[in-house]
Design a protein around this ligand. Sequence first.
Ligand code: ATP
Ligand code: MG
Length: 313
Amino acid sequence: MPVAIRAEHLRKVYPHSPAGVAALEDLSLEVPTGRVYGLIGRNGAGKTTFVRVCATQLTLSGGTVSVLGHDLEREERAIRARIACIPQESRPLYFLTVEEVVYLYLKMRGIDRTEARRRTRDALEELSLTEYRRRMVSRLSGGLRRRTLCAMVLASDADLLFLDEPTTGLDPIARRQVWEAIRRTSREHRTIVLTTHYLDEAESLSARLALIERGRLVLEGTPADLRARVRYPYRVTIQGAFPRAELESYGRVAEIEGGLLLFTREAEAREVARKALERNVRLSMGPVSLEDIFLEVVGRSIEEETPREEAEA
Ligand SMILES: Nc1ncnc2c1ncn2[C@@H]1O[C@H](COP(=O)(O)OP(=O)(O)OP(=O)(O)O)[C@@H](O)[C@H]1O
Ligand SMILES: [Mg+2]
């Protein structure tokens, strides 16, 4: 499969960062063309840094990247012409209307007038912004501004889109409209790098996912690959009397509202289900969510890296 981004051994140390702490540390990954690639990880993990490097906004301290077949260091201009980006924190220009912002952005990208008009109309429609089209951006709510940015970028003809938390602050209906627009863009064989803290969103949109922690790649693959790599790929919810100690022999147990939650393997999940049935205890089971995987993998990495004295403090 052709590759949209090939990043090898990336290292980024920001100027003045304390004790030369790297925001990216030996990060290598490949983003396939024509799909949605999800970037997940805790605050400060390095997701935005990665996006900004690939979008030619930051220089690297080490490593190499090729974007759409162009070398990042030597062919910055060629890359810029073919990408579009929603930065994590940004606002569209205040003194224009919603319609003007989208239209002028497309014109700036070299799209002709008729096509830019058509794309503007479709994008506003797609994100339910038509009724606000003559409104000044400065008078919009925060979520509507974010939606306007999404419309701009998703209406573009860029081959590679970087969406850094596009749906943060959007209401549930607007979020779903952005998801649909993302899916539509990916059906057009364009590539999307999507950063999000909504793991349901990451999972439902992304063909592949990268979990970044402290500037390093800790897990990468399709959602199914990620499940196959965790210790306990099943989650079992038990509501009723089931001794916790007994459950603990099957895996990891946590307390939840009105019952217990068990993370375990498939055979053990079946065994527990059989016992619950015999004892008339309510139970539901299924594969772990991406959020469970995140908590397990990142939780373990925090435990491993926290010095003992600090952990005990
Ligand atoms: N302009 C900057 N100058 C110095 N350090 C920075 C700068 N931007 C980010 N950092 C540091 O780099 C690291 C990675 O930050 P980054 O913004 O890439 O994380 P992130 O994964 O996008 O986090 P979030 O989920 O909070 O957006 C953090 O330790 C952060 O403090
Ligand atoms: Mg970020």
